[in-house]
Ligand binder design. Structure first.
Ligand code: SAM
Length: 226
């Protein structure tokens, strides 16, 4: 029942994790992980009333209300200290929104051991946020489902004095994804390259600055695909 994308996200949740799924929608992910006996406690946070009510019903029908707390809350506001959450999933949103949720809830991240993030776009902003906040990217995955590309970024905290160094290319293409260069990765960036080539074909010569910017992007993608 779980999508290929959410199953891939679920794979990064360790046995015995205390999970917060932020923007849980119908709480499919924590319900699945509970039924598979991977986890024994989860918070499902949802900011919109409709999905929150559906999530609550869904969890109660699965007879899991004592172990999955469904909370109506904005971002990491769903997490309480006493939950002892060690793993946070934020999936199926834009990379900028995910960064904003992490930024607004920074003080909730102190005891967290792993972030499992699945941005639908703007992966580079999210990687930049992680680097700026002493997180290190441990794993990445890219997958294609129903014609859409999805990236998964797994990050863990570094000691306060350390920062990961990522080049601009790492921020854009992903430090792991750009090394693996899987077929899906190549398809994603080939598609982006095709889009940029169409853009450049239509950009008039007078817009020299914009043209240069697009040409630089094209060169970077061609380089990584080589
Ligand atoms: N996480 C699920 C998944 O990956 O399939 C659901 C993704 S759904 C597209 C995004 C959900 O995040 C929506 O239900 C939306 O209401 C919720 N959401 C958006 N901003 C949020 C926030 N600041 N706090 C909590 N939930 C939020």
């Amino acid at each position: 029942k779980l999508s290929k994308r959410l199953k891939a996200v679920a794979n990064y949740v360790d046995n015995g994790a205390r999970l917060a799924d932020i923007g849980s929608d119908h709480a499919y992910l924590p319900t699945y992980l509970m039924q598979k006996l991977v986890i024994d406690f989860a918070v499902a946070g949802e900011v919109v009333k409709g999905p929150f009510e559906i999530a609550k019903n869904h969890v109660s029908e699965a007879d899991l209300s004592d172990r999955i707390e469904v909370r109506l809350a904005n971002g990491l506001g769903a997490i309480e200290n006493t939950d002892k959450i060690d793993t946070i999933v934020i999936a199926g949103m834009g990379g900028i929104l995910i960064s904003e949720i992490l930024e607004a809830g920074k003080e909730k991240l102190g005891h967290v051991k792993r972030l499992i993030l699945q941005p639908n776009n703007h992966e580079e902003s999210l990687r930049q946020w992680l680097v700026n906040h002493q997180f290190v990217i441990k794993k990445e995955e890219i997958l294609l489902e129903a014609g859409k590309f999805y990236e998964i970024i797994v990050a863990e905290p570094l000691s306060k004095l350390m920062t990961e160094k990522l080049s601009v290319n790492d921020l854009t293409f992903g430090p792991f994804l750009s090394k693996e260069k899987s077929t899906v990765f190549q398809q994603k960036w080939q598609k982006e390259l095709n889009t940029l080539n169409k853009i450049i074909a239509r950009l008039p010569e007078e817009q020299a600055e914009k043209r240069q910017e697009v040409l630089n992007q094209i060169a970077r993608i061609e380089e990584v695909l080589r």
